[in-house]
Design a protein around this ligand. Structure first.
Ligand code: GYE
Length: 321
């Protein structure tokens, strides 16, 4: 450092001290964010991880990133280690809704604010987390249901639906099921004949769809998958069974990842309901706001839409994930 710069810094430090500011504010310590990710189970999750890493780098925030491989116990361990390391803020995407009270209480006792991203938790005391940013999964389920009701409004007789649920106990699996059922129950011709988890992965989606096809065969009119990856796995099972996806079986899924657009352009998927994983920039500005002493809105909802196959080719170049 040159003498003149040193003088300026020393003078600034002296006046800051005199004004009662801690010196650390001047040293411009990098903010440290501990983030516990669920895993890498889907295209959505990969895009979400990339968004968070890129946004942290752009914002000059030090990111401690931990991958839980879809296990809650690993997320709890990661959060405990962030507390031990005294990070400034903790954020995480909870794999399931329940079971978070003890570790969240530990974070609160250590005075480390916790931001929930993507998925919600089910805890009695809402002061255990400061903000939740992510999609409205209930509304996504309703959007899927509304699209189906409109598409099949003239269909005579039963519409037999099979459902591939997301991870058992996760907020998106619970709410996407609920929202969809809420809408289709308006007409008794819509019947969910099988419903099972595919854990949000392609491999499981394919496996469970094979079992559905074995049990119900040509009776199946509609597949509702809680994410695109499971739908893409199921499409393979449908083709292997000698049926035409999107024609013999109408397919609806959620996320709107590039893989879904490719499937729609190939004529194999009818519609995808958007769920944006690009939460990184929003999360970094929330971290900065918190540290600047601002109060965050408790709920920050992502804006999203619905893409039927007819618009897929036109929309594809605009997709960012
Ligand atoms: O839909 C799915 C992912 O929590 C919204 O998790 C997220 C879901 C997303 O594995 O693809």
């Amino acid at each position: 450092m040159t003498t003149s710069r040193r003088t300026i810094v020393t003078t600034l430090a002296a006046s800051a001290l005199a004004a009662g500011f801690p010196l650390s504010a001047l040293a411009q310590k990098k903010l440290v964010l501990g983030f516990s990710q669920i895993g890498a189970e889907s295209e959505w999750r990969t895009a979400n991880t990339e968004s968070i890493k890129a946004a942290a780098a752009a914002a000059g925030i030090e990111l401690k990133f931990s991958d839980a491989q879809q296990k809650q116990e690993n997320q709890i361990k990661a959060i405990r280690s962030f507390i031990a390391q005294k990070v400034d803020v903790i954020a995480f995407s909870p794999v399931v809704e329940s079971g978070w009270e003890p570790v969240l209480r530990e974070a609160k006792a250590a005075k480390i604010p916790v931001i929930l991203t993507d998925r919600a938790v089910n805890v009695k005391d809402d002061s255990l987390w400061v903000a939740f940013m992510g999609s409205d999964f209930l509304e996504e389920g309703r959007r899927a249901g509304r699209w189906l009701v409109e598409k099949m409004k003239d269909a005579k007789g039963d519409v037999n639906i099979v459902e591939l649920q997301g991870t058992v106990g996760s907020a998106p699996a619970i709410d996407r099921k609920k929202g969809f059922e809420e809408v289709i129950k308006a007409d008794p011709k819509f019947k969910i004949v099988r419903s099972q988890t595919g854990d949000f992965t392609r491999a499981k989606g394919k496996e469970v769809m094979e079992a559905f096809l074995k049990a119900e065969g040509k009776k199946i009119n509609v597949l509702y998958a809680h994410n695109d990856d499971m739908a893409i796995g199921a499409i393979q099972a449908i083709e292997e069974a000698g049926l035409k996806p999107a024609k013999d079986i109408t397919i609806i899924s959620i996320d709107a990842v590039k893989g879904a657009f490719e499937a729609m352009i190939a004529g194999k998927l009818n519609v995808t309901v958007e769920c944006s994983p690009l939460l990184g920039p929003q999360l970094m500005s929330a971290v900065k706001d918190l540290k600047a002493g601002k109060t965050l809105p408790k709920r920050i909802v992502t804006e999203e839409s619905v893409f039927p196959m007819e618009v897929a080719a036109k929309e594809f170049p605009n997709r960012k994930y």
